[in-house]
Ligand binder design. Structure first.
Ligand code: AMP
Length: 216
């Protein structure tokens, strides 16, 4: 039986950081839609160039494009036992498409941990975030600083500030989340697989809370 987990929560709540840690601990493939778009952008693919026009403004990439990308990713062999989805779905149409795709593989969304934090915490986390060029490892200048400024602890690559982590785009991304993604809270609550986790704690405490929520 495969297991599919959707990590839900606003931008900056720690989905990426937690997804990396959790995927390792529970042995599932980690699928981050944002990382996939950034990888395409780095390689200057057509998809990357298209995505950039939306990402730069803090807007969502259109559903058809995003759904096709995730669908393809889910067919790869490392997803045979399931996957941990981070940043997807972000709209009701994407959630419907995910349900249909997983049903084709004989699977379903098993659990949806919903990580919460106040808007103040989100803005502070996004504006202090530094991301590694090579593999998307994430640091925070105050909460989780790298050992050496601007250098990734894990692979030595350069840390940079994402364009969409700059202040006006941050506020817009949070607004887009409330308008387009927050309806998924009710969507998954109705299906009975939503579990709330307090994201306003340190990284270890959130991982611990997520692991225990997944056991429920
Ligand atoms: P993230 O790294 O998850 O914060 O995503 C960065 C940006 O990628 C978002 O602001 C969107 O422009 C785009 N993106 C990521 N995931 C999705 C998605 N599921 N649907 C539409 N756009 C997305």
């Amino acid at each position: 039986m495969s297991t599919f987990i959707v990590l839900l929560g606003p931008p900056g709540v720690g989905k990426g950081t937690q997804a990396k840690l959790l995927a390792e601990q529970i042995g599932l493939a980690h699928i981050s839609s944002g990382d996939l778009f950034r990888e395409n952008l780095k390689n200057q693919t057509e998809l990357g160039k298209l995505a950039q026009t939306y990402m730069g403004k803090g807007e969502l990439v259109p559903d058809d494009v995003t759904i096709a990308m995730i669908r393809e990713r889910l067919t790869r062999p490392d997803c045979e036992n399931g996957a941990l989805l981070d940043g997807f779905p972000r709209t009701t149409a994407q959630a419907d498409a995910l349900e249909k795709t997983l049903a084709e593989f004989g699977g379903k969304v098993n659990k949806v941990p919903y990580i919460t934090a106040s808007e103040k915490v989100l803005v502070a986390r996004l504006s202090g975030r530094w991301t590694c060029r090579a593999n998307g490892h994430v640091f925070h200048e105050k909460n989780n600083p790298p050992k050496q400024a601007r250098v990734c602890d894990f692979d030595g690559s350069e840390l940079y500030q994402r364009d969409d982590d700059k202040s006006d785009t941050v506020l817009h991304r949070i607004q887009v989340y409330f308008e387009q993604t927050a309806p998924l809270i009710a969507y998954y609550r109705q299906r009975g697989n939503l579990v709330e986790v307090n994201g306003a704690q340190n990284i270890r405490a959130v991982t611990k809370a997520l692991l225990s929520a997944l056991k429920k």
